[in-house]
Design a binder for this molecule. Structure first.
Ligand code: ADP
Ligand code: ZN
Length: 724
């Protein structure tokens, strides 16, 4: 008899798919892109159906256990795209598909452990002295519950328990089972109330069923709302309006007069508030860009544009006009923004124009909220998805446009898990596969994209002017070597004068005289200041306090990283290692510092310099709470703080007219990163943050502090010279 064969991609680190057989009742529900449950080794996994082979040479095929859905999670387009990613980034297809699935919706079995021995006291006695680990495990399982391995590890505080568990299984003390968990994230349900149409009418027209006056009023009230489940009132809302209790509804339900039933609800995030769009007439450059994009959209063929526009040149407005065009053609849009600039400010701007056509996916949303945004796209209920890199997998049909804002951003590349894709490049491929248009926008495009534009692979569009006629800010570089030398001399002098001892710890000195004076001026004028201290500079660098010399790799010319435990310096590129010096190799000064000061230290320093000023700090530590980011910005925007101090988060997409001064505490933290893109990224970051100054009629000023004032990256920032 012929078997029904099905090929399934599974999230396991193997570079092929797996063939299973399907029983007749399941096989009718199988189609490409549908998720299924299958046994794999001793586990049960969620996989995706990718094909139906006619035959196989594999013996002993296992059966598909269940089909999880009637509509495929993955369209043919997404199967094709994920297949490409799998090949290009050398990642198992099943793992790519898993990365493209809403988090928490896959089912997977877990090993669970349960006590099976009758006389636990005996075992406890035996193991008390002989095996501490077994003893601890027995205690953890004592109350008879099944626990997973990781729960056991947590409860006992021990990691390596696998071997011990095997021994305990052999002695018959415990058993190990594979249990299937429910998916962590599921559609949310609410209870709604409506009239049981027939019974309700009868009751109201006095037919047999005995009702109190109060009950009659309630039935009447319910009857005023729809009997259609999609329109029915949620129970909670009804109870509030009718001043009734749940038990009174239950009583009516018992009499068969009303129906209480479950209905799916969509979870939305707090970002989704509306405001009025600004009335904007495009300037000539913007209009030209929109015209080129529109032409391609009308042709309906693939094309990528690189929109190179200085900060504040109105790139976002160009995206909005292009999106409007796409929607009018009945197509859909993906907008990628870097995680850190996915601020409510950005989102509200799109919402203001496109209202409920927009859904947002954001890592600070709960898994449920993200799943619902995904479902709204999957159901065709929204036409625009805005999100960070993973939004490139949005389940939209008929994609017409993909926008990638700040296309140079490193956060589009997934570094930490499989597949290690770059969403910008995947976007270009997705667009090519669906005959869509891509807009890559940036004030400082990546070198790769700019190169692609120069050689004609992409089409370059330029917005050379700020949209609101604001001038680009003036940029000043402060040589912190000189600054430090001055402080060092002062200390030396005072030590000589007082015949004291040289202080063991030199003062933290992250704010130069010039920056201090400028901040003071703004505070006086009630203008606002943004300070950037990139905490990624936390990798420890050895720096000479006197001459500013930094130890670099002999081979690669990148800064060496100090490793405390081994007391050596290491190149994170080539592995070159050398002993950490005791004196500066350049000036023989003994005041070497192994430094890494972050926002917290600078915050302290600001507190003592400007005791009257309020400083809002924005970094990973202060933005872990949902909505914290938004709150900090709103406080700063409304004048609740004069100074905003933060990591690169403060560099992106913020638009506050009150800001007239931007200070960069140390340009070096980025420039000295052991990364061949360090100079490029320094230019990008500093240009970005500089763009935050003077975004209105007030003119802006930027002060960049550095130990390498002659670095070519800084020279071009000062000149606002991207091409250079
Ligand atoms: P970018 O995305 O390039 O940084 P934005 O689109 O945020 O620039 O525009 C910067 C500011 O200029 C915003 O406040 C925006 O409302 C305004 N703006 C954009 N286009 C115009 C225009 N044509 N006329 C007047 N103001 C504009
Ligand atoms: Zn090296």
């Amino acid at each position: 008899m012929s078997q029904f064969l099905v090929d399934i991609a599974l999230p396991v680190p193997l570079d092929h798919t797996f063939t299973y057989i399907a029983s007749p009742d399941l096989s009718v529900r199988l189609q490409r892109g549908v998720r299924v449950l299958v046994p794999f080794g001793r586990k049960i996994l969620t996989g995706v159906v990718v094909g139906f082979p006619a035959s196989t040479s594999v013996k002993g095929l296992k059966p598909v256990k269940d089909v999880l859905e009637s509509r495929p999670t993955f369209s043919e387009d997404l199967l094709k795209l994920t297949r490409w990613i799998s090949e290009y980034y050398i990642a198992p297809w099943g793992e790519v598909l898993k990365a493209a699935t809403p988090q928490g919706t896959s089912v997977e079995s877990k090993k669970t452990i349960r006590l099976t021995v009758d006389d636990i006291e005996e075992c406890l006695k035996e193991t008390r002295k002989k095996s501490k680990v077994q003893h601890a495990l027995l205690l953890a399982l004592q109350d008879g519950n099944s626990l997973t391995i990781s729960q056991l590890q947590k409860k006992t505080g021990r990691k390596g328990i696998h071997g011990v568990l095997d021994q305990m299984v052999n002695r018959g003390w415990i058993s190990v089972e594979e249990l299937i968990d429910k998916p962590r994230v599921r559609p949310k349900l609410e209870t709604v109330v409506r009239l049981n149409a027939e019974a309700g009418n009868l009751a109201v027209h006095g037919s047999g069923v005995q009702l109190s006056k109060r009950q009659e009023v309630l039935v009447q009230a319910i009857g005023e709302h729809s009997t259609d489940i999609a329109q029915a009132l949620p129970v909670n809302e009804f109870l509030r309006i009718a001043h009734a209790s749940l038990s009174s509804l239950k009583a009516l339900e018992k009499k068969g007069l009303v129906l209480l039933s479950k209905r799916e609800v969509m979870r939305t995030s707090e970002y989704e508030t509306l405001e009025q769009p600004a009335d904007i007439v495009l300037n000539d450059d913007q209009a030209k860009a929109v015209a080129s994009i529109t032409e391609s959209l009308e042709q309906g063929t693939y094309k990528t544009f690189l929109l190179l526009g200085v900060t504040g040149s109105g790139k976002t407005q160009v995206y909005i006009e292009a999106i409007r065009k796409v929607l009018s053609m009945g197509k859909t849009v993906v907008v990628l923004v870097p995680e850190i600039s996915l601020t409510p400010q950005t989102v509200r701007r799109f919402k203001a124009h496109f209202h409920d056509d927009v859904a947002v996916m954001h890592s600070q949303m709960s898994a449920g909220e993200r799943y619902d945004a995904w479902r709204r796209a999957h159901d065709g209920k929204v036409k625009i998805i805005i999100g960070p890199r993973s939004a490139i997998f949005a389940p939209l049909e008929k994609i017409g446009l993909i926008v990638i804002d700040e296309e140079h951003e490193a956060s589009y590349k997934q570094f930490d898990s499989v597949p290690r894709y770059n969403a910008r490049d995947v976007a270009v491929v997705r667009a090519a596969q669906s005959n869509a248009v891509v807009i890559l926008g940036s004030a400082t495009p990546s070198v790769e994209s700019y190169y692609n534009a120069l050689n004609g692979k992409y089409q370059l569009l330029e917005l050379p002017q700020r949209a609101d006629n604001a001038r680009l800010p003036s940029v000043v570089v402060v040589d912190m070597k000189k600054e430090r030398k001055r402080v060092y001399e002062e200390i030396k002098l005072s030590v000589q004068k007082t015949k004291g001892v040289f202080p063991k710890h030199l003062p933290q000195l992250s704010i130069s005289g010039l920056l201090r004076d400028q901040i003071a001026q703004r505070l006086e004028k009630k203008e606002a200041v943004i300070l950037l201290q990139n905490r990624r500079g936390f990798s420890h660098v050895v720096e000479c306090f006197e001459c500013g010399h930094v130890e670099t790799c002999d081979n690669c010319d990148v800064a060496l990283t100090f490793h405390k435990t081994k007391k050596h310096l290491r190149c994170h590129y080539c592995g070159f290692v050398k002993k950490a010096p005791n004196v500066c190799p350049k000036c023989n000064c003994v005041e070497l510092r192994f430094y890494a000061f972050g926002t917290q230290q600078v915050h302290g320093e600001l507190g003592s310099l400007f005791p009257g000023a309020t400083v809002a700090r924005m970094d990973k530590d202060t933005t872990t709470h949902k909505g914290a980011h938004d709150k900090i910005l709103q406080r700063f925007g409304s004048g609740g703080a004069e100074i905003l101090l933060g990591t690169q988060m403060v560099a992106k997409g913020l638009d506050f007219p009150r800001v007239t001064l931007v200070g960069v505490i140390s340009a070096d933290t980025q420039m000295l990163l052991p990364d061949f893109r360090a100079s490029e990224q320094t230019f990008q970051l500093l240009t970005q943050v500089a763009g935050r100054a003077g975004r209105s009629t007030l003119s802006g000023e930027v002060i960049i502090q550095t130990l390498q004032p002659d670095h070519y990256s800084l020279k071009h920032v000062v000149l606002h010279d991207y091409r250079g």
